[in-house]
Design a protein around this ligand. Structure first.
Ligand code: C2O
Ligand code: CU
Length: 488
């Protein structure tokens, strides 16, 4: 009784003040109006401080159309009919002005993963924008302030598990790395349009508790790297740059050439273990931010994560293999610097079982290390739920767009992700790049193993309402999403 009464009073009071945004008003929370609005004054000020440069125009359509994965044609949803979509490439400081045309049968949005951008361009439906209706159009305009490897995808339902994704590369006008060429490599697990499957049907099946049948019993195994269950979904295909292993994407170079590979995991439910046969890779960036370079034979890339690596190319034809971790299947690409027979579609180079750098083996480059500081605020987010009831959540509460956890501009915020589940989760924060644990590695998406805690610290310097969620699209849609809100 009492809370209702209090809320009524608040509504009345705010209505008198001419405030209409009351969506966030619940019993335990301050009313919505106490949080910075996605297009609020604070957001405009932060954007102006990025010193927006020249504007670059892009236009693409989300379409339902057949796509050839290399011998297998699927009817799917993609940007302009290609998988991945055409990359957007700009220089840091430039303004991206991208028009999205929605030719899908349902609403969609675009989220620019990893970018510290203005909040109203972040693409979260009913939080930072109204969803773009079928047949509608929406213009995203934002400064790409920081160089790095990013990507974009919808933030609606489980659309990400179709073919709706593309790289967003922000070049450094003062690139410190020396290399001859680069190759953007996008990895994905694929089920859409194969044998009548869709991500929506897959999600419905998981929700009905059919996960144990659809997943584990039919072939999703466990992984020592992931601390147990590798995933919830068994996919019929794994693709690299939209191609099946039988008809792989090929990078053509010359022996001795220095190649920068930008690896992006666009999968819905699959971590990839990536190696280039006959080569070691020098890791140079995590999620677009430079690290002190370290050599590795292979890398474990969770959904949403990116790694940049440098390789010096040997003479021959080499398999770039992305092992679907715990799923006993691979995606394949080829690096060719000489004529000769290609490796087989099922190649598994020994590097996959070599040294794999973990977060603790990596350090941020000094230039991007967050200065040491005690947290002003600690937020504990327990990862909860499980496969049985498909009740993935934070702190046992499924996503509610009206519930915002407060932070304040200027604070050093420490988010403790406490994984109480028996499964790993790649947790992602929008609009910021956090520093992981003690190493300070800069990332916007990081794997939290079962039973473990990951501390993610960031400076609250980008006002708005920002999502935190698991980048397993089925876990997110199941409820493992929440919001941080900057208080006015
Ligand atoms: Cu790529 Cu909200 O995420
Ligand atoms: Cu998860």
């Amino acid at each position: 009784m009492q809370p209702i009464h209090r809320r009524t009073l608040l509504r009345a009071g705010l209505a008198t003040a001419g405030v209409t945004a009351l969506a966030g008003c619940t019993d335990d929370q301050p009313p919505d109006a106490t949080f910075v609005a996605p297009d609020g004054e604070e957001v405009h000020t932060a954007e102006a401080n990025r010193h927006p440069g020249a504007t670059r125009e892009f236009r693409f359509a989300a379409v339902a159309a057949p796509v050839d994965l290399g011998g297998v044609s699927v009817t799917t949803w993609s940007y302009d009919g290609t998988v991945p979509g055409r990359p957007i490439r700009v220089t840091a400081g430039e303004v991206v002005r991208a028009s999205l045309v929605n030719r899908l049968p349902e609403h969609t949005t675009v989220h620019w993963h990893g970018l510290a951008l203005r909040n109203d361009a972040d693409g979260v439906p009913d939080v930072t924008q109204k969803p773009v209706k079928a047949g509608g159009e929406h213009v995203y305009e934002f400064t790409a302030g920081h160089p790095g490897t990013f990507w974009f995808h919808p933030h609606a339902g489980v659309q990400l598990d179709r073919g709706l994704y593309a790289p967003l590369i922000v070049e450094d006008p003062h690139e410190p790395l020396a290399y001859d060429d680069e190759w953007v490599v996008v990895l994905d697990d694929w089920l859409d349009g194969v044998d009548g499957r869709t991500p929506d049907a897959q999600f419905a099946q998981l929700r009905k508790g059919m996960g144990m049948m659809g997943g584990h019993m039919m072939g999703v195994g466990s992984s020592y790297l992931l601390g147990g269950d590798a995933g919830d979904v068994r996919y019929p295909h794994y693709v690299l740059n939209g191609r099946l292993p039988a008809a792989p994407a090929v990078y053509q170079g010359r022996p001795g050439g220095r190649l920068r590979m930008r690896l992006i995991n666009a999968g819905g439910d699959t971590a990839f273990r990536v190696a280039l046969g006959g080569h070691r890779m020098t890791v140079t960036h995590t999620d677009g931010y430079p690290v002190q370079p370290v050599d590795s034979d292979a890398l474990l890339v969770g959904m949403g994560e990116r790694y940049d690596v440098l390789v010096t190319l040997a003479d021959g034809v080499f398999p770039l293999v992305a092992l679907a971790e715990g799923k006993d299947a691979t995606a394949l690409g080829l690096v060719r610097t000489a004529s000769g027979a290609a490796p087989t579609a099922t190649a598994r180079p020994g590097e996959l079982d070599g040294k794999i750098v973990a977060y603790r083996n990596l350090k941020p480059a000094e230039a991007v290390r967050l200065p040491a500081r005690n947290p002003d605020r600690t937020i504990e987010l327990k990862l909860t739920g499980g496969m049985m009831n498909y009740d993935w959540a934070f702190n046992n509460s499924r996503y509610d767009p009206k519930r915002l956890t407060p932070v304040r501009a200027g604070e050093r915020v420490r988010v403790a992700f406490v994984n109480t589940t028996t499964m790993w989760h790649p947790v992602h924060l929008h609009g910021h790049t956090f520093a992981v644990g003690d190493s300070g590695l800069r990332m916007d998406t990081a794997i939290v193993l079962p039973g473990q805690t990951l501390a993610a610290s960031f400076d609250a310097d980008n006002p708005g309402r920002w999502m935190v969620h698991c980048h397993n699209v089925y876990h997110a849609e199941g409820g493992m999403m929440t919001l941080l809100g900057y208080q006015k």
